[in-house]
Design a protein around this ligand. Structure first.
Ligand SMILES: Cc1cc2nc3c(=O)[nH]c(=O)nc-3n(C[C@H](O)[C@H](O)[C@H](O)COP(=O)(O)OP(=O)(O)OC[C@H]3O[C@@H](n4cnc5c(N)ncnc54)[C@H](O)[C@@H]3O)c2cc1C
Ligand code: FES
Ligand code: FES
Length: 521
């Protein structure tokens, strides 16, 4: 089948106009379309793999009638995924009378542009930040987080951070306008009308025919997604495309058909239950981590160590889990929290502990007709009330540590997540997940066994450290040697013990919190 020939048109709003692109190959990136088809060359290509931020754009969609905007990397975003959305590039920020956007004015006034090549990306991250903080002043920490996906190789971060904070003093120029919102509603109506025109008029026969799928499908309901997954198991499943995008841009891989899960309403929700939350697989990492942090605030700094903001905005928790990389960061944490995954297919659902999803290096238990549906994460048990000695030595201790060469936007050499429950100074349960130490994300069962039933004391921790160092045989690669990985695993458990005893944190996050003048983000 010539799938290119039945590619649906892609419509999005940019610069106040609707753009319609036809016959787009499913693997064309938004950056390619911007630069080659629309000739919007303000958006730059630096790395082509989500690392440098030169290609950052702002995308917007209606959520519950409100415009939600966020910065993403256009180099690894598939152009088809823009259908029905709003887009801003650096060309779209100035007002029709030529007045610059506050992000542009502030960057110029603070001398935040040196090379100029990375500047459009910084401007777009700042524009998204300004949109999200319309009234409030922007702290250094918030600015740093907003710019965590933008690299400046000439070390000019201080004036760029100054610019982020200076925007608050300038007149606003919102991206969210009634015109954009009504344009998006009109696009949604067109999409609905098209879907209705394709729907069968007669009642469906008992044996449903094979559903039709073009080059790129982004169904909005789960039943259609599962029917397409069943009928077209060879179609490449994508979510935020922050892993798959690199297979296209760096490995030159091509896919005749792409099945996008990110529009399925049921997979975009986070549901609250009495004892757990269920995070839909298509929830982006920004929102998924916010939900985990709401349950356990101590996870905040770890959440910001995952990639940079544009990757967290585009990438999903489901994509991280399903990709199954041994150095993926959310899995050690989810293992430690005792999370389950729910897999869905046209014939039903099955649920399993997340560690059982991983069978071998990048091999999961997902069948060709299945998708990852939800990640169910138990809530913390309530902390004991009162300050008695017994209560002070009871409760949940939960931490996750990521060791990487660079603080932001880097992949783990080792990741260790621990969730230990104490009662009266004794370990009643221990749940430990590790990454970077085996062919898959793993549960540290021997170490857990060394802790459970023991007094939470230095001697117990020392013997658990030995168990942890012996439990895995990590490989040596460009990120770290096997010996380093084993050593650091034990050291992280020691840090966990020290922190449980009230020793202040001595890691890079704590140094960053000092907000040293001129510190780089
Ligand atoms: C610059 C950069 C920095 C990064 N930093 C980190 C980091 O610090 N830590 C880290 O862990 N990762 C990191 N990543 C990797 C990536 O961002 C994450 O793995 C992300 O969560 C992938 O999600 P996605 O939605 O983009 O998945 P996609 O790329 O769309 O898909 C990834 C895989 O999952 C499959 N998949 C997606 N959704 C489903 C589903 N619902 N059911 C079944 N299969 C599915 C796809 O078929 C594909 O095989 C980084 C990536 C980049 C580009
Ligand atoms: S070009 Fe570097 S992040 Fe896109
Ligand atoms: S201003 Fe472009 S690399 Fe620093």
């Amino acid at each position: 089948m010539d799938t290119q020939a039945i590619s649906k048109p892609v419509r999005f709003i940019k610069g106040g106009a609707v753009h319609t692109l036809v016959q787009l190959a499913p693997t064309r990136t938004l950056l390619e379309v911007l630069r080659e088809d629309l000739h919007c060359t303000g958006t730059k290509e630096g790395c082509g793999e989500g690392d440098c931020g030169a290609c950052t754009v702002v995308v917007g969609e209606l959520r519950g009638g409100k415009l939600h905007t966020q910065a993403v990397n256009s180099c690894i975003k598939l152009a088809h995924s823009m259908d029905g959305m709003a887009l801003w590039t650096v060309e779209d920020l100035a007002a029709p009378d030529g007045n610059l956007h506050p992000a542009q004015t502030a960057l110029a006034q603070c001398h935040g542009s040196q090379c100029g090549f990375c500047t459009p990306g910084f401007v777009m991250s700042l524009a998204a930040l300004s949109e999200q903080h319309p009234k409030r002043a922007i702290s250094r920490e918030v600015a740093s987080n907003a710019l965590s996906g933008n690299l400046c190789r000439c070390t000019g971060y201080r004036p760029i951070l100054d610019a982020a904070q200076a925007m608050a003093q300038l007149p606003r120029q919102p991206l969210d306008t009634p015109q954009v919102r009504s344009g998006l509603r009109a696009l949604a109506q067109v999409a609905q009308a098209e879907a209705a025109a394709l729907a069968p008029v007669k009642p469906a026969p008992k044996r449903a025919p094979k559903p039709q799928m073009g080059a790129y499908a982004a169904p909005t309901d789960l039943a259609t997604l599962l029917a397409l997954r069943h009928a077209y198991p060879q179609a490449q499943l994508v979510a935020g495309c922050t892993d798959v995008g690199l297979w296209i841009t760096k490995q030159d891989r091509d896919f005749a058909q792409v099945l996008d899960v990110t529009r399925v309403e049921a997979l975009r929700q986070i549901d609250d239950y009495p004892h757990h939350i269920a995070i839909g697989a298509a929830v982006n990492l920004t929102d998924a981590f916010a939900a985990l942090v709401a349950q356990r605030p101590q996870l905040q700094s770890f959440a910001q160590r995952f990639a940079g903001l544009p990757v967290r905005n585009a990438g999903t928790l489901g994509g991280n889990v399903a990709n199954g990389s041994p150095i993926g960061d959310s899995m050690p944490l989810l293992i430690a929290l005792g999370a389950n995954v729910v897999l869905a297919s046209h014939s039903g659902y099955r649920e399993m502990p997340i560690e059982d999803l991983y069978l071998a290096y990048r091999t999961t238990a997902l069948r060709p007709d299945e998708v990852l549906g939800w990640i169910k994460v138990p809530k913390p048990l309530p902390a004991p009330k009162g300050r008695s000695k017994a209560n002070r030595s009871s409760g949940e201790l939960c931490r996750v540590y990521k060791i990487s060469k660079r603080f932001e936007d880097d992949i783990s050499a080792v990741c260790l997540a621990l969730n230990v429950r104490l009662e009266g100074g004794h370990v009643v349960s221990a749940s430990i997940g590790a990454g970077g130490v085996a062919a898959t994300p793993v549960r540290a069962r021997a170490t857990q066994a060394a802790l459970v039933g023991q007094a939470w004391a230095e001697a117990t921790v020392r013997s658990a450290m030995a168990a942890l160092r012996a439990e895995f045989a990590p490989i040596s690669d460009m990120r770290a040697s096997g010996a380093y990985r084993s050593e650091v695993l034990g050291n992280l458990l020691w840090r966990f013990w020290l922190e449980s005893q009230g020793t202040p944190r001595t890691d890079l996050q704590a140094l960053a919190a000092l907000d040293l003048e001129g510190a780089q983000p």
